[in-house]
Design a binder for this molecule. Structure first.
Ligand SMILES: [Zn+2]
Length: 239
């Protein structure tokens, strides 16, 4: 992965502005573009989800640091658990197999954002998963369309995909200390990071509001200040 620096405050605010009323998949792509500003954004939707998530983890690390903290409730007794992961540790997870994934002679490529966008409207989880398999099925010599019933089970393809693209669909195991319930829950870095970007955007808008009111500075000039300097002026204004 190329070296990455934290995005400028104005770029972060821009991503939030365009994403706030958009679908989570579009938000993830906006964050992906924020992580890789040199890449043509049209190409990002075709990248494997694991590669997208790696870029988002790297962006998170550069922008807000490596410690990912969240809370979740035990599904059995409701006890609140604190959850902590390191973005650097997650970035170290390596695939144990390569693409294409081969199951029962069928070849599959890794799913990407465009594939997910095609199944967004499908309320039936099973049908959505089968449709995703069809999207990712690579053509073979036999060009005729392959019936869903001929494909291997979703579970088997999914576990094979996980070996080749472990960051595509992260989930963690939890044990409740109160009731000893054990379960697995997904961790969606795109959703997690979007919430942080949203909170940061709100703080930036507040900063602009206070500093513009006090000094008459323009928005772009306030956003161009380093965080240290912006905070120092804010302390004076709000003192
Ligand atoms: Zn519990």
């Amino acid at each position: 992965m190329p070296a990455m620096t934290a995005p400028a405050a104005s770029d972060l605010l821009h991503a939030w502005e365009y994403g706030r009323n958009r679908h989570p998949l579009d938000r993830a792509l906006l964050l992906y573009a924020l992580a890789l500003p040199e890449t043509n954004p049209d190409l990002l939707a075709d990248q494997p989800l694991g590669r997208r998530n790696a870029a988002l983890l790297q962006l998170r690390l550069e922008t807000f640091g490596p410690r990912l903290r969240a809370y979740l409730d035990c599904p059995q007794c409701g006890e609140r658990l604190e959850f902590e992961q390191s973005a650097s540790d997650l970035l170290d997870i390596q695939p144990t197999a390569s693409f294409p994934v081969v199951v029962d002679g069928f070849h599959f490529r890794p799913p990407n954002t465009r594939d997910l966008a095609q199944i967004v409207g499908e309320p039936d989880v099973e049908l959505a998963a089968r449709s995703l398999l069809q999207h990712c099925l690579l053509p073979t010599d036999d060009t005729q369309s392959i019936d869903d019933a001929m494909l291997p089970s979703i579970d088997r393809v999914e576990s094979a995909l996980e070996e080749s693209d472990p960051l595509a669909d992260l989930s963690f195991d939890f044990t409740c200390e109160m009731c000893k319930h054990v379960w697995s829950a997904p961790f969606d870095i795109a959703h997690y990071l979007w919430e942080e970007v949203e909170a940061q955007a709100t703080r930036l808008l507040d900063d602009v509001h206070h500093l513009a009111q006090a000094y008459g500075w323009r928005e772009q000039d306030i956003l161009a200040l380093s965080e240290v300097r912006r905070t120092a002026y804010l302390e004076r204004v709000l003192a």
